[in-house]
Write a protein that binds this ligand. Structure first.
Ligand SMILES: CSCC[C@H](NC=O)C(=O)O
Length: 156
């Protein structure tokens, strides 16, 4: 087991980033609320970001439990910034504009109907663990809601 983890990190640092990194699909960690993240989880965040980048064609966001780590960390493709954004301990503090839509998930088969909010205000710590509050709308807001649900052990 330790060898396997060691090998994984070698791959990370040798930069075999075009290889799709493994995703959890049916483990308990996806159904459990994750724990608060700390600055010590920076390496997990980088791993999550690299894993999302390796799945960028078919996946717009991920939560750390999708790579088997039960910490409240998300990464998502932000089309406005044209890069992947990482958030530690994201929390929705305001929301409005409820609607129903269909969503898919890399950890599940098929599409499911779900309720989302068009506008959200998110409180989080950024990649440098600085506290931030930001407003998101539409597609990016939908992705963030999906990933925050993952952090609570909620699948669509
Ligand atoms: C619209 S939100 C969908 C997010 C999903 N990622 C899984 O956490 C994905 O398909 O990328």
């Amino acid at each position: 087991m330790e060898m396997a983890i060691f090998k994984h990190h070698i791959q990370l640092h040798e930069g075999i980033s075009s290889m799709k990194r493994p995703i959890m699909t049916s483990t308990a960690v996806l159904r459990e609320p994750s724990l608060d993240a700390t600055p010590n989880d920076a390496a997990v965040a980088r791993d999550l970001q690299d894993t999302l980048a390796s799945h960028a064609e078919e996946c717009v966001g991920m939560a750390a439990n999708m790579i088997g780590v039960n910490k409240r960390i998300i990464a998502f493709q932000d089309d406005a910034l044209n890069r992947i954004v990482v958030m530690f301990n994201p929390q929705i503090i305001q929301q409005n504009g409820e609607y129903t839509t269909e969503e898919g998930c890399l950890s599940l088969q098929g599409l499911r109907a779900t309720t989302r909010f068009h506008n959200i205000t998110v409180q989080y710590a950024d990649a440098d663990f600085k506290e931030k509050i930001a407003l998101y709308s539409g597609w990016t807001a939908q992705i963030i809601q999906h990933e925050i649900d993952h952090c609570s052990g909620i699948l669509i």
